[in-house]
Ligand binder design. Structure first.
Ligand code: 13P
Length: 250
């Protein structure tokens, strides 16, 4: 019922030539996929990667966008500039944006609403730190991030929204949440949607897991009832690891 959705977040890696080379390998290797697929290269490689992905079915994604449509915002990239390059999906509220660049829930919400109004798909990232997990605060933290991040978002726009649960302590650390631990949070996320938007919406929401996803753990994660896909960092940077992850159900 829910189509598996595997996305690669390339973060601040790859020159244009390196990005095109990887995109070309992925386009070739994933031509016949029945999964929804996306890659988010750095801004500088969006145009060239978009060209390399033409006809492949892999969606072009961006890792962030400005909260304003245009104006005097030195160094920012607007949603219309992204659409102009063929970007269809934008990752908003990634933990590195929240924790390293201090993006607030309010700013993230402004970006989410602007992206949706402009017809963009959004991957909204949520997840707790290790301290928050150890303090038993996972549901409170994730619930607050959902509530604030989606404030003012109408039911009708939710088909443009994917949630990525990325526990901060599992990102880039090699520590993956166990499939059961991840699924428990995914189940909570679905319950939050059920209480906020209704049970039909809760059942149709795609909830990705992110944090040290690799070829060796994707199948066990995807086997869980409430895990519908993956947002992959490090292992999305090489075809030899991203191809088997994307093809986990072949
Ligand atoms: P890693 O897969 O490198 O842990 O990164 C996850 C992530 O942050 C994806 O957005």
């Amino acid at each position: 019922m829910r189509q598996p959705y595997v996305a690669g977040n390339w973060k601040m890696y790859k020159t244009v030539a390196e990005a095109v080379s990887l995109a070309t390998e992925l386009a070739d290797g994933l031509k016949h996929s029945r999964n929804k697929l996306m890659v988010a290269p750095p801004f500088t490689a969006l145009s060239a990667v978009g060209a390399a992905l033409t006809g492949s079915g892999i969606l072009l994604g961006a890792q962030n966008m400005a909260a304003e449509l245009e104006g005097a915002h030195t160094g920012e990239i607007s949603v219309r500039m992204l659409k102009d390059l063929g970007v269809r999906v934008v990752i908003i509220g990634h933990s590195e944006r929240r924790h390293v660049y201090h993006e607030s829930d309010e700013l993230i919400n402004q970006k989410v609403r602007l992206a949706l109004t402009e017809g963009m798909e959004v991957i909204l990232c949520v997840g707790e730190t290790l301290d928050e997990r150890e303090a038993g605060e996972v549901e409170r933290v994730v619930g607050t991030q959902l509530q604030a991040g989606l404030s003012g978002v109408e039911l009708g726009s939710l088909e443009q929204v994917t949630i990525a649960y990325e526990p901060v302590w599992a990102i880039g650390t090699g520590k993956t949440a166990t499939p059961a631990d991840a699924d428990a949070v995914h189940q909570y996320i679905r319950r939050w949607f059920s209480e906020t938007y209704g049970s039909d919406t809760a059942l149709s929401m795609i909830v990705q897991y992110g944090g040290s996803v690799k070829p060796g753990n994707i199948a066990a994660l995807m086997n869980m009832e409430n895990i519908d896909g993956a947002l992959v960092g490090g292992a999305s940077l090489k075809a030899e690891t991203f191809l088997p992850i994307s093809r986990f159900n072949d």
